[in-house]
Design a protein around this ligand. Structure first.
Ligand code: SAM
Ligand code: SF4
Length: 329
């Protein structure tokens, strides 16, 4: 799949549920309205769409959410998608999780062929953790991360940089991850979806985060890129990789290799744009994959050149009205 700007599309992210057991304040509002079950793709439908993408050249699948592991049949889906790894038609099957249910599922995920996972953790302080997530507890998350490591999964920690909230923990998190052999990626807050807090209040540019780390640990540039918004450096002393996802301050769109599917079968060609193509109707109306493939082709032909994020203090509203939990980040 090659889009109109010559970019090869090899990566599909799939939000398998819009639900979550946490309410991270930058991601969801307290009064989230979740989708009725009938609108959500079944396991078989998700598998069918993912498999069509794999047949069309996607080499990496990431399941996300909401919280992917709150969906009861999540492991079954990993198991069935794992067949593409065995067949050599898929390089990587992975997930992004808040870690709260990981202790229960880490071994099964490893058995399904998952090798690396991203776990979101914004703080190591139990009180701050409860405040950021509204209803989460840190202990099960730490246990989940330990279980993942014990199961042989490579863990990357994702931390949203939040001014006045976790900026004092940046170096602590770098050391905590280094001690456990985890890579660490910092994320800037993105203006997705209406939430109660005003995002400009917590916006912390990652240039500041990077400068703080560099003042203590000499950093080396790393040329590699995943085709996404992350840029990497290496801590010279330990070799630990630290990523910075800066959608607001840098343009990463020219190397974009991904599209995103929601749990209702809507395909977004860009995280920062509203244009989308419905893949649920072709799946539900035809047992034949022809209409689905035609819809995927039409979507890729419409992939935009770049995003339009902006946090506008004057407007005080997000640039894109979907919450992150819809497209899964
Ligand atoms: N529930 C899972 C988790 O938290 O890892 C997966 C879904 S979550 C939407 C994926 C990632 O998006 C998390 O690392 C989260 O911190 C991040 N995220 C959510 N809302 C965001 C926002 N408005 N700006 C930047 N990152 C955000
Ligand atoms: Fe849930 Fe993840 Fe959003 Fe937090 S960031 S509310 S854990 S989906």
């Amino acid at each position: 799949m090659i889009d109109p700007y010559g970019r090869k599309i090899t990566y599909l992210r799939v939000s398998i549920t819009d639900r979550c057991n946490f309410r991270c304040f930058y991601c969801m509002s307290e009064q989230m309205e979740f989708l009725p079950k009938g609108e959500i793709l079944s396991l078989e439908e998700i598998d069918r769409i993912c498999s069509a993408f794999v047949a069309k050249g996607v080499r990496k699948l990431r399941l996300t959410g909401g919280e992917p592991l709150v969906r009861r049949d999540a492991i079954e889906l990993f198991r069935s998608l794992g067949r593409h790894l065995g067949a050599g038609t898929l390089d990587e099957l992975t997930l992004t999780t808040n870690g709260s249910l990981l202790a229960r599922h880490a071994d099964s995920l490893a058995a399904c062929g998952v090798r690396r996972i991203n776990v979101s953790l914004d703080t190591l302080d139990p009180g701050k953790f409860a405040a950021i997530t509204s209803r989460g507890q840190i202990q099960p998350v730490l246990e989940g991360i330990a279980a993942a490591k014990a199961a042989g999964l490579k863990v990357k920690i994702n931390t949203v940089a939040l001014k006045g909230i976790n900026e004092d923990e940046i170096l602590t998190l770098v050391r905590w991850c280094a001690d456990r052999g985890f890579d660490l990626t910092f994320i800037e807050t993105m203006p997705l979806g209406e939430i109660e807090a005003r995002r400009v209040d917590n916006y912390l540019p990652l240039s500041e985060v990077r400068a703080r780390i560099a003042s203590v640990f000499p950093l080396e540039g790393v040329a590699e890129t995943t085709g996404g918004p992350a840029r990497y450096v290496r801590v010279a002393e330990t070799g630990q990789r630290i990523g910075f996802i800066t959608p607001m301050t840098h343009n990463f769109c020219e190397t974009c290799n991904r599209v995103r599917l929601t749990c209702t079968g809507t395909l977004y060609m860009c995280l920062g744009q509203d244009d989308a193509v419905d893949l649920r109707a072709p799946v539900r109306t035809s047992p034949d994959n022809g209409p689905l493939i035609a819809a995927i082709d039409a979507a890729i032909a419409r992939k935009p050149k770049g995003h339009e994020f902006i946090i506008d203090p004057a407007l005080g509203r997000p640039a894109v009205f979907r919450h992150m939990s819809v497209t899964g980040g």
